[in-house]
Design a protein around this ligand. Structure first.
Ligand code: PAF
Length: 282
């Protein structure tokens, strides 16, 4: 017993949404891969601010994982997720099988430019965003929801999906929500549960370094020098740093000084086998 309406098919979700729309009710979609935490629940709460009905999608999307990545071991905690969604007052869960989303013969991907091709996540996960965009495009058109709520934690993803929804006239309004953090500053993520005790204790350093860097940039320190020193602090602490960069907050293009802003600091770093993402505004 999950205590929440579960749609396993697109047809069932569409029928419910059509009924809600016929009753004049707006619908918000919260796309997730499950293993829900407080950050996801905040997305549900944000959805409830914009719409009478909130559907949470739970689908570990194979096309956004490269063969060497953690698709198989990605945490799947469906019953626990449903209990959290009941407590949060979500209306329904869309929980499709892989065959529902990618039936035999499926052969389409969304081709992305702009914020998907700026040398951040796309440099390290070259096929990731086409998988994310393809599944989000499907979820948006399948659900016909009015709003989709995305966390800023995956900042490049947010920009990619927002751009795609506008460019392809998907008729859905993508609403961002600031990152939800643990008390020590670590950005909440389903992958945090991979961290050993030792690495969990180290992980908040990423946010601290970014905050110090943001303060330096606001004080008009030399950008290149300040970014390089922040990168070194992270590497010295024992992380493998994929990137820590100052980028334009909208285009994600590189910036040379505060005057090129608004600036977003964007980071990906590995500790042990866990890859952590974070970003903050300057
Ligand atoms: O951010 C995520 O959890 C996933 O990338 C998303 C948006 C649910 C697409 O699978």
């Amino acid at each position: 017993m999950t205590g929440i309406t579960i749609f396993e098919t697109v047809a069932a979700m569409r029928e419910a949404v059509a009924g809600w729309h016929a009753a004049g009710e707006k619908v918000a979609l919260v796309p997730t891969m499950g293993a829900l935490h407080e950050g996801h629940i905040a997305l549900v709460t944000e959805g409830q601010r914009h719409a009478k009905r909130v559907i949470v999608t739970i689908f570990v999307n194979p096309t956004q994982f490269a063969p060497h990545e953690d698709f198989k071991k990605y945490p799947r905690t469906f019953d626990d997720d449903c209990a959290k969604l009941v407590a949060a007052g979500a209306d329904a869960v869309f929980f499709p099988a892989v065959e529902e989303m990618y039936p035999a013969g499926f052969a389409t991907r969304v081709l992305l430019l702009g914020p998907a091709a700026v040398g951040l996540e796309d440099r390290f996960r070259p096929t990731h965003f086409e998988g994310v965009a393809t599944i989000c495009c499907k979820l948006f058109t399948q659900s016909r929801a009015d709003h989709a709520i995305f966390g800023e934690k995956d900042y490049q993803q947010l920009k990619v999906v927002t751009r795609m929804a506008a460019d392809l006239d998907l008729g859905i309004d993508v609403i961002p929500l600031p990152t939800i953090r643990e008390a020590d500053g670590l950005a909440m993520s389903s992958r945090n549960r991979y961290l050993s005790e030792e690495h969990r204790a180290l992980a908040p350093l990423l946010h601290q370094v970014m905050q110090d860097l943001a303060a330096r940039l606001r004080n008009r320190d030399d950008l290149l020098k300040a970014v390089t020193e922040a990168q070194n602090a992270i590497i010295t602490a024992g992380f493998e740093l994929d990137y820590l960069e100052a980028r334009h907050a909208e285009t994600l293009a590189p910036v040379a000084s505060l005057a090129d802003g608004p600036i977003r600091l964007i980071l990906a770093a590995r500790i042990g086998s866990t890859r952590l993402l974070d970003n903050i505004p300057v």
